[in-house]
Design a protein around this ligand. Structure first.
Ligand SMILES: Nc1nc2c(ncn2[C@@H]2O[C@H](COP(=O)(O)OP(=O)(O)OP(=O)(O)O)[C@@H](O)[C@H]2O)c(=O)[nH]1
Length: 306
C-alpha cells in the first residue's frame, strides 16, 4: 500500500459499480474518471471482467471496481462473470447500483438487489437511476427500483451529463473513510495493461458491428506490441470466434467488416496515445471457448484469486 500524499490526512476506499447488463455502468465509470477505461457498446454484457478505475483528487482516492452485468449464466464465461461481481462486492466501502430509468425493474434487477442486501447497514448503497435523458417516467421508475432495496439512497442522473456525473463524483469522494492511498498519486487511471486495453477496444468495435449470437462468441487477445522505426506503434491482435461459420461474418464481404473494426479501434487507440498506430487484426477459430475453463484462462478471463 502506498502512503500518499506526503502530509496530512488521506481518505480512500473501494467503490463497486454494479447493475444488470447494459444499464450504463461502464459509461458512468469512464465519465467519473474522465477517461475511457471500460468498453461500451449497445450490446448487453460487453463488460466481462472486473476492472479497476482509479480516481485521485487532492487527498482523496477512490478505486472503482466496474463489474460485468449480473445475469443468469449460460456457460463457463457467464459463471466467471457472475463470480467477478460477487468477489467485487466482498470488500468495498460503497456501492453504486446502476439501473435503467427508461424501463421498470426486471427479475435481473431483483437479482442485483438480492446480491446487495447483505451489505445493507455495512456500507452506503447509492441507487443511481441512469438514462434520465431518455426516460419517459423517471420518478415512477426510480420509485419502483427503490422499492427493491429501500435502504439504498436513490437519485436519477444521466451518465452522459458531465454536471450530474460531477455531482455524483463529489458525493462519492465525500463518503470515503480515512486511510492511505492504494495506488501512487500519479498512477494511471486504470489497472489494465495496454495489451488488455487494446484487446477490449477491438472487442468493443467488433461487438458493435455484429448481431445475434456472434458478438458473444468474440474474444480478443493482443499478441504483440512493438515500436516501429517510423514512429508507428505496431499492435497485433487476434479476434477469436467459436465456430468456422462465424469467421466469414466477422471478416465481411471482401474483408470490409474487419477493416471497419480495425479502423475504428485504431482511431480510439491513436486518440488515447496521441500517436500513430498500425493495427494488425487476424480472425481465428477457437472452438467453443466460452464453455472451456482452460480457454477462458488463455484468453485472459482469469480470476484475480488464481
Ligand atoms: N441515453 C443514454 N444512454 C446511455 C446512458 N448511459 C449509457 N448509455 C448507453 O447505454 C449503452 C450501454 O452502456 P454501457 O456503459 O456499455 O453499459 P454497461 O452497464 O457497462 O453494460 P454491460 O457491459 O453489459 O454490463 C451504451 O449504448 C451507452 O451509450 C445515459 O445516461 N443516457
Amino acid at each position: 500500500m502506498n502512503e500518499s500524499p506526503a502530509e496530512g490526512k488521506t481518505y480512500s476506499g473501494f467503490v463497486a459499480i454494479v447493475g444488470k447488463p447494459n444499464v450504463g455502468k461502464s459509461t458512468l465509470l469512464n465519465n467519473l474518471l474522465g477517461v475511457k477505461v471500460a468498453p461500451i457498446s449497445p450490446r448487453p454484457q460487453t463488460t466481462r471482467k472486473r476492472l479497476r478505475g482509479i480516481l485521485t483528487e487532492g487527498n482523496r482516492q477512490i478505486v472503482f471496481v466496474d463489474t460485468p452485468g449480473l445475469h443468469e449464466p449460460q456457460d463457463a464465461l457467464g459463471e466467471f462473470m457472475d463470480r467477478e461481481v460477487y468477489e467485487a462486492l466482498s470488500d468495498v466501502n460503497a456501492v453504486v447500483w446502476v439501473v435503467d430509468l427508461r424501463h421498470p425493474p426486471t427479475p435481473e434487477d431483483e437479482q442485483v438487489a438480492r446480491a446487495l442486501r447483505p451489505l445493507v447497514g455495512k456500507v452506503p448503497i447509492l441507487l443511481v437511476g441512469n438514462k434520465l435523458d431518455e426516460a419517459k417516467y423517471p420518478e415512477e421508475a426510480l420509485k419502483a427500483y427503490h422499492a427493491l432495496l429501500p435502504e439504498a439512497q436513490a437519485r436519477a442522473i444521466s451518465a452522459l451529463d458531465p454536471k450530474q456525473v460531477a455531482a455524483l463524483r463529489a458525493e462519492l469522494l465525500a463518503l470515503l473513510p480515512e486511510g492511505p492511498f492504494f495506488y501512487p498519486e500519479d498512477f494511471a487511471k486504470s489497472d489494465q495493461s495496454f495489451e488488455e486495453w487494446a484487446a477490449e477496444i477491438v472487442r468493443e468495435e467488433a461487438m458493435k458491428r455484429l448481431w445475434e449470437e456472434v458478438p458473444y462468441a468474440v474474444a480478443v487477445k493482443t499478441e504483440e506490441v512493438a515500436e516501429r522505426e517510423n514512429g508507428l506503434l505496431y499492435v497485433k491482435a487476434v479476434i477469436y470466434v467459436e465456430r468456422p461459420s462465424q469467421k466469414p461474418i466477422l471478416i465481411g464481404q471482401g474483408g470490409r467488416k474487419l477493416k471497419e473494426i480495425g479502423q475504428a479501434a485504431r482511431k480510439q487507440m491513436e486518440a488515447l496515445l496521441g500517436r500513430r498506430v498500425y493495427l494488425d487484426l487476424e480472425v481465428k477459430v477457437y472452438p467453443n471457448w466460452r464453455k472451456d475453463p482452460e480457454a477462458l484462462r488463455e484468453l485472459g478471463y482469469r480470476s484475480s484469486l488464481e
